[in-house]
Design a binder for this molecule. Structure first.
Ligand SMILES: [Zn+2]
Length: 294
């Protein structure tokens, strides 16, 4: 799978901090890149496809009306979602026709402690995004950055009308081998019941947290399992006070070689999909690509 999109846009100079507040609201993040820098989004996809990624993720993480509403762009949600799909599908068709495009989406209420959760938003926004990504021609839906079992179940139901395969990406798993809020992977699989989920991935967690959590997921879920970690980034008061970038990108402490060593362990344990989340770069994904037979 590919590496970071949002932090990679940021690394290439795209401003992603609209709507950030000191109350811990993350703003609209990479959604505004569909207005400000669609050519940079295309270039990021191209770089990951050139490495040989088998799956790339559309830049539609928070192209929903809730997040775009924080910056007065709620009426652009459908346009940006469709554009994110179109750009990724076009790049794939041109550079790597055998690769898959995953239509990505994350819960509109985000994930910061203290930020109210409105679960009514999720089914509506996910259904909208899935519809527009399907129209763009994506191959599957990736519901990512989900932290609660309830959100996973609601999300799978919300996107099911597209008929596309659905993958789940679970955020912030723990050193205790659980989901973010202590729920177990076996309870997740039980609650999903006979809903059709084609893969479950651990994502936006540190490599060490994935080391701790992957065995439990492999035991709980019969289908394909994978991981795409972040490699360390921060949301600090200083970042917000500076009015600028809210992620302190740290690409030095987890080198491509170090990430690849973790990925080697995940593959040996039975993971079938590996990639990267926040702060990973094409260099990190190249190091992982080199581990996987073509
Ligand atoms: Zn991430």
């Amino acid at each position: 799978m590919d590496g970071a999109t949002g932090s990679e846009l940021q690394r290439r100079g795209v401003y992603l901090s609209y709507g950030v507040s000191s109350a811990g609201v993350l703003g609209s993040w990479s959604a505004t890149a569909m207005r400000d820098a669609p050519d940079v989004v295309r270039a990021v996809h191209e770089d990951y496809l050139a490495i040989g990624c088998d799956i790339i993720i559309t830049n539609s993480f928070w192209t929903n009306t809730v997040k775009l509403g924080l910056v007065g762009l709620e009426d652009r949600a459908e346009v940006y979602t469709r554009l994110a799909g179109d750009i990724a599908v076009e790049a794939r068709d041109r550079l790597s026709p055998g690769a898959w495009v995953a239509g990505g989406m994350a819960p509109p209420h985000g994930g910061m402690p203290g930020v109210p959760v409105d679960r009514d938003d999720l089914p509506r926004e996910f259904a909208m995004q899935a519809r527009h990504l399907a129209a763009a021609g994506v191959d599957l839906i990736l519901v990512e950055y989900v932290g609660w079992i309830e959100d996973c179940v609601n999300a799978v139901d919300a996107v099911s009308s597209t008929g596309l395969p659905v993958m789940l990406g679970l955020r912030h798993v723990t050193m205790n081998g659980t989901m973010q809020h202590g729920e177990s992977f076996s309870d997740l699989v039980a609650e999903l019941g006979n809903r059709d989920v084609c893969a479950i991935l651990l994502m936006c967690s540190l490599p060490e947290e994935i080391d701790a959590s992957l065995p439990g997921l492999l035991k709980a879920f019969d289908g394909p399992v994978g991981a795409y970690p972040n490699i360390g980034y921060e949301f600090s008061d200083e970042d917000v006070a500076a009015g600028g970038h809210f992620h302190s990108l740290d690409t030095t402490s987890c080198t491509p070689e170090r990430l690849a060593a973790h990925a080697r362990g995940w593959l040996d344990a039975g993971a079938r999909i590996v990639g990267g989340c926040c702060a990973t770069t094409p260099d990190h994904i190249q190091a992982i690509r080199d581990l996987v037979p073509r």
